[in-house]
Design a binder for this molecule. Structure first.
Ligand code: NZQ
Ligand code: ZN
Length: 394
């Protein structure tokens, strides 16, 4: 088991009526003037935003609004938010939405206190030393940004999707009411489930083989989410199982499932290029790639895939044929993705095969013109990245 530091400072307020705690939490963390940041129409239509506006007003918390965050959140809106925060003297950001809104809020929080252009951080040319405090009202369990140290932004100039991670980015609090996820469309629910599973699996597929507790937690999260998904797809208002998914989403990406492991993350970073190029949902992109990645890297440590097949996917262990057992686990994972409406190939994801030129561009961007590798379970260079994209393109 590798040495590790586990830092998860976000205060979670979970359950029905959790929204009634928003103002007290903002005040607890020093907020006196708030940027209310949100996405498209969903939070307005569900009545959540009107409720929050009223709640903030009742508690004498002045706020300015900035909506319009789109999935795969854009740098241009982040820059607009930074200007707004500086101009208005904002000292707290409240992100109402999912990963895209929270990440946009994080980037605004960095940028407001960063002397140069905020993209420098995502480009690997700068580092934050301070940022505005932020909190969130989560409406979709998926990206795990409510407790993670990550922030992923898309620069429209060149369609570059890049992440920046720091503990300074962790939300001070996360308000999580599973009832708020009842309105999620089936596709977004399934994308979220996929992302939650992938955050767990990126850390689970590690060359470290002796992290018993962490493995057990990871396997429980995966099994729970797989049990919950068809139930909520069938009955979107099922509080109990919406709640399981919501809490699993945070545990999957607050680093708990990474204690003592060395994560892989190749599928994630290969996917970020897909969602940057085709503007697809992150979870769907992950489902489209994972099986191809798994087949490509499996031979590095078949035993890990056998453990996954048996403990997570319920495959019977054929001790005479570890490769066969491992492959059946991958096949069952893909069958699960298909059963919840997720694609398991690039053609299914974008409606046609990617062209050869697109494959080369995806790999070129992912390896940053041969200056960068991906993955730890198996290190991928440009050629290997191309190979995974090609496998997924069949
Ligand atoms: O914009 P609105 O109208 O709110 O609609 C959203 C959006 O279209 C809708 N939605 C959200 N809550 C809803 C709802 N619709 C009905 N009812 C509700 N309660 O769902 C759509 C997707 O929202 P989005 O925030 O984009 O989803 P998600 O949470 O999956 O976030 C995806 C982004 O997070 C990044 C992804 O790359 C992607 O950009 N990630 C961030 C990570 C992090 N910060 O740690 C890690 C992840 O691996 C991921 O890369
Ligand atoms: Zn993800």
């Amino acid at each position: 088991m590798k040495d590790f530091v586990f830092c998860t400072p976000t205060e979670v307020v979970f359950g029905k009526n959790a929204e009634s705690k928003i103002a007290s939490r903002i005040q607890k963390y020093g907020g006196t003037k708030v940027l209310l940041h949100y996405g498209g129409r969903s939070a307005e239509q569900s009545g959540l935003l009107p409720q929050i506006r009223e709640h903030l007003a009742q508690h004498n918390l002045p706020f300015i609004e900035l909506g319009g965050v789109v999935p795969n959140p854009r740098l241009s809106l982040v820059r607009e938010g930074i200007d707004l925060c500086r101009r208005e003297g904002i000292d707290f950001i409240l992100a109402v939405g999912g990963g895209s809104v929270i990440d946009s809020a994080k980037a605004i929080a960095f940028g407001t206190r960063y002397p140069n252009d905020v993209w420098e951080l995502f480009d690997g040319k700068g580092k934050v030393t301070e940022c505005l405090p932020l909190g969130t009202v989560l409406t979709i369990p998926a990206a795990g940004s409510e407790m993670s140290d990550g922030c992923v932004i898309t620069n429209e100039e060149g369609w570059l999707k890049r992440g920046y991670s720091t503990n300074l980015a962790r939300c001070r609090f996360a308000i999580m009411n599973p009832e708020r996820t009842f309105t999620l469309p089936a596709y977004q629910t399934a994308c979220g489930v996929t992302d939650i599973m992938m955050h767990t699996m990126e850390r689970y597929f590690s060359l470290e083989d002796d992290m018993t507790v962490t493995d057990a937690i990871a396997e429980a999260i995966l099994r729970t989410v797989m049990e919950a998904a068809p139930i909520v797809l069938n009955n979107p208002n099922d509080y109990r199982w919406r709640a399981q998914i919501m809490w699993a989403g945070s545990l999957a990406h607050n680093d708990l499932t990474g204690c003592g492991t060395v994560g892989d993350w190749a599928t994630h970073h290969l996917e970020h290029e897909l969602s940057a190029m085709f503007d697809v949902a992150h979870g769907a992109g992950l489902a489209a790639l994972w099986g191809s990645w798994a087949r490509y890297v499996m031979s590095v440590r078949v035993s890990r895939f056998v453990r996954f097949a048996v403990n997570v996917m319920g495959v019977e262990n054929d001790f005479t044929d570890p490769e066969g057992t491992a492959l059946r686990g991958i096949e069952r994972m893909e069958a699960f993705y298909r059963s919840i409406g997720m694609p398991t190939s690039i053609p299914e994801l974008i409606g046609r095969p990617a062209t050869e030129e697109e494959i080369l561009t995806l790999a070129d961007k992912c390896c940053r013109q041969d200056t960068h590798t991906e993955g730890n379970f198996k290190v991928l260079y440009r050629k290997e990245m191309e190979a995974v994209y090609r496998l997924a393109n069949k």
